[in-house]
Design a protein around this ligand. Sequence first.
Ligand code: MET
Ligand SMILES: [Zn+2]
Length: 811
Amino acid sequence: MTAISKPSFPAATILGYPRIGPNRELKKALEAYWSRPAENPAQSVLDTLAQLHERTVRHLSDLGLTDAAAIPADTFAVDQTLDTALALGAVPARFRADGFRPAAPDTAQGIELITALSRGTDRLEPLEMTKWFDTNYHYYVPEIGPDTPLSAHPESLIERFVTTRDTTGAITRPVLVGPVTLLLLARPETTDAPGTQPFDRLNDVVDLYIQLLTALKDAGVPWVELDEHALAAEGWDVPRDTIIDALTKAYTRLSFPSNRPDILVAVGYGDAGEAAQLGLAATDIEALAIDLDRGNEPGEAALEAWGERPLVGGVVGGRTVWRTDLGRASETLDRLKATARGPVSVGTATPLLHVPHDVERETALDPDIKEWVAFADQKVAEVVTLSRGLSDGWSTVAAELGKDALIRSRRAAHPATNRKEVRARTAAVQQRDRERASADERRAAQAQRLNLPPLPTTTIGSFPQTPGIRTTRADFRAGRIDQAEYTQKIRAEIAQTVRTQEELGLDVLVHGEPERNDMVQYFAEGLDGFVTTQHGWVQSYGSRCTRPSILFGDVSRPAPITVDWTRYAASLTDRPVKGMLTGPVTILAWSFVRDDAPAREVADQVALALRDEITDLEAAGTAVIQVDEPALRELLPLTLADRPDYLDWSVGSFRLATGGAETATQIHTHLCYSEFETVLDAIDGLDADVTTLEASRSGSGIVDGLAAGNFPRDVGPGVWDIHSPRVPTFDEVAQRVRHAAKVIGADRVWVNPDCGLKTRGWPETEAALDRLVAAAVTVRAELTHDDAASAPSVAAASADTTARAAEGSLL
Ligand code: MET
Ligand SMILES: [Zn+2]
């Protein structure tokens, strides 16, 4: 380290604010542009972005973020990672070959490019999308290979800064994903040679960040924020030592030029670790933001090395909707101030994109519970209060601290947060409650009861949620139709869905989930201990938002939730109808969960409610029950040391939910959205009879992984990517079935789509399922044929006459 500068950093800041707009304005603008671009050109998205950004800046200064550079300029059209990739010109070769040119993100051309990259085109697969750290937000995975051309595109960052300054007077702080994190989050291009890593391009990428920073400085930008959240996570393809070493080199180079803004490096989502802090301290960056919500307080060595530069203590968590414990936060800040050599600012631990805008709008929320809750605006106010207390003395904010303590004690004493009978039931749980008969016994009993063909076909649960279904639900909610009419309309949907599945020839049917708004909220509404919100939307990916329920108290099930619909569906057919539940881990992952009880306890409470539901489904004659756990991987802690405990309680709660099922009841589980390789043991530990997985986009990767890992259970690797309206060809589906049957064993494979079909339309659903059934029938025939001829492998019997005949009948 050469010179230690002492730039002044604002006393209060946040790392980011919700971007979708208080009334989901951005979602609406994007979807209007995507569905009717003639009337809503890219410019209309840009206009909305500009309006939202201006609103956010004015609003945040009203809330007290008044200092220069206190407000992050984090208005991204769909995703911060994608915008950063575009600022670096990272356009994959297949898009360039199709005429797409690099462009700055917030330009008409940039919006077109973002649209193509995030949604794909007729000819091009979109960028992959995956979980952003351990959150329910998804980012678009940049593709950066050894030959991907890169170029700096600072224009829209500058334009945003200058326009905001000119219209509002506020000096904002441009935000980019930092170079190390960007490359760790990236993947090679699909055509790149195996073994190449985006991380190999760090030097090139740093060159471009230097260009971006220079351009920003020339436009008058005083501070930029570079987010290096990847430092808080473990398990990257690149060894930790290499990452730290590269981090130090990258920021040494980035901070070397004098013609650049001051650099704030932010590490949220956990602890950066001392090595990373020391590495950054060895460079000339000006400020560091650390997560004091989930991370540790920095040690003496890091503080010493950091010297007199500003530190931002992220004491206000950005991941939950609960009020910050102001008393505790003030103590943390006091300790940091006492040990730090330089100034201490107050900030959030992560960007606030994971929480909704403003709890004040929740007029229907029980007032007792509402006062426990803090959405983004309330969290900004907490930051401002804490920063005032830290600089002017805690007595100046005594009223706020006192109020917080009072609310906290009211919450602890609220009867719903500590219900004796619920606590007694979880306390009485025994290990045997999490165990079923042996897998072999179950398999035999279920085979006898269900009598299914090899390679049985099924779906994952939901069928197209048509406008008619949505209207029915909305009408019922608004009181425009009564219970009887609602039941009759939903039954009509179920009947139609059952009939269609019978006609298609599926083996295990579903009722189609027309009554469900959302797979978690639906259960939250049927359970005690949850509240739902009116405006509590958070961005999930792109234009998609979810409205998580709030799990605030002890959980129990006042009455059966799904049994009537399932029983009705079953009454219409002789084939088995699969009961459909959302598992405890996913219910927790996709809700805002109380922070005043251990996750283990909360998960078991939810599990016991589901266990009762399973008992009731069984009593209604249900022989197959699916318990969805798509979020199992998502909650996996970022640090390896924390994983065993998580896997223990999460798997344990699933087993508690399903452990009461009879031997002859076939329990399915379903996982999607993520890489499963790291949690295959946990998936096995769920002890489900059948596991369906999203698999079609991974090539044969997951299937081969399951085979290589000798995954001992029946599996349904998805053979149809349901994320786009594209109908797979018969050959594609048959090839996937054939391959799975070959490497996993035909007696263990199910044939199903990747996930539920609720976002699909009926035409593609019927066409694709028709092919799926035909593929299963064809490969079954090949098996029999092969057995007769003792052919060595199923795969050898490629598209033979049976397959062609079957396909001919489809086209
Ligand atoms: C995100 S997993 C979805 C599973 C659910 N049963 C459905 O089909 O919609
Ligand atoms: Zn799914």
